[in-house]
Design a protein around this ligand. Structure first.
Ligand code: SF4
Length: 280
């Protein structure tokens, strides 16, 4: 069986940067200082467990952290988390991805300038919750085309999009939103890493008989890759979190299989999967 890895897969720039910052912090401070990650650093259970073994505790609520360092993950956080950390004299290891930081800055500036803010994205995703915190939690958050009707007409409207959204979906919603304001500023804030991975996954899915997508079950960008591959290969796309879930029967009569991985999937998990597939 031939195994082909997508041209772009695995850790993106933002996640790699976050991981490097955390490992540097562990190296520098060791176990001397308490180190917390505000939510799991990345949506990958294996990585979270490895970091826990090195002393990085996961805590969702900054109110519960009394001392030490707090890692802000690549998704970013609400603005008030920084002031809370300051009040508690916590050190901040800020691994907010620069692409997310750009959205936070846009939202903060346009909110100050009296624009209504629309975030196209998943209202429950930490990145979106964080962005909303830069405009006093007053953004309209919409995910689907039908949600556009909930947006009232505004004199000034600023539209941003979650970094992991698919471009065609964003474009459809943004087009509908053009009716919702007089002065409208639309920012395509989808990050390249996402698009590259999505385009490469679609291209590969067209060329192979089956696709294996490896990445955390809670990883939004991995889930998007699964959806895209399913559009091309509805009955032979499989999502696994690690090599252990791979089932041999999926590959019966398959001559060419494609592999892609979410932006939060470490290289060693991809390598283990490739090794097993190459043995089949
Ligand atoms: S997917 Fe894009 S925005 Fe998100 S962490 Fe990676 S590089 Fe940054």
């Amino acid at each position: 069986m031939k195994v082909i890895l997508a041209d772009y897969s695995g850790f993106c720039f933002g996640v790699k940067k976050a991981m490097d910052m955390v490992y540097d912090e562990i190296k520098e401070k060791g176990m001397e200082k308490e180190l917390y990650s505000l939510g799991p650093l990345i949506h990958n259970q294996q990585v979270v467990e490895e970091l826990e073994n090195k002393g990085v505790k996961v805590e969702d609520d900054i109110e519960k952290i009394q001392k030490g360092s707090v890692i802000i993950r690549s998704h970013g956080v609400q603005k008030d988390v920084y002031s809370l950390a300051g009040e508690k004299s916590l050190d901040i290891v800020d691994a907010t991805c620069p692409f997310v930081r750009r959205i936070q800055n846009i939202v903060e500036n346009y909110h100050k300038d009296k624009y209504e803010i629309v975030i196209i994205g998943n209202p429950n995703h930490p990145e979106v919750i964080g962005i909303n915190g830069w405009c006093n939690n007053q953004a309209f958050i919409i995910q689907e085309e039908e949600d556009v009707k909930k947006i009232p007409y505004s004199e000034k409207l600023c539209i941003v999009v979650q970094t992991t959204m698919s471009t065609p979906h964003f474009q459809k919603i943004a087009k509908l939103l053009e009716e919702k304001g007089n002065k409208i500023e639309i920012f395509n804030t989808i990050c390249n890493a996402t698009k590259e991975r999505q385009d490469a996954a679609r291209k590969l899915a067209k060329e192979v008989q089956a696709m294996i997508v490896v990445g955390g079950y809670h990883s939004s960008n991995t889930q998007k890759l699964v959806d895209i591959c399913k559009e091309e290969r509805p009955s032979t796309t499989y999502h696994v979190e690690s090599v252990h879930e791979l089932q041999d029967e999926w590959l019966i009569d398959i001559d060419v299989v494609g592999v892609t991985a979410g932006a939060s999937t470490p290289q060693w998990i991809i390598d283990e999967l490739l090794q097993k597939l190459n043995r089949i």
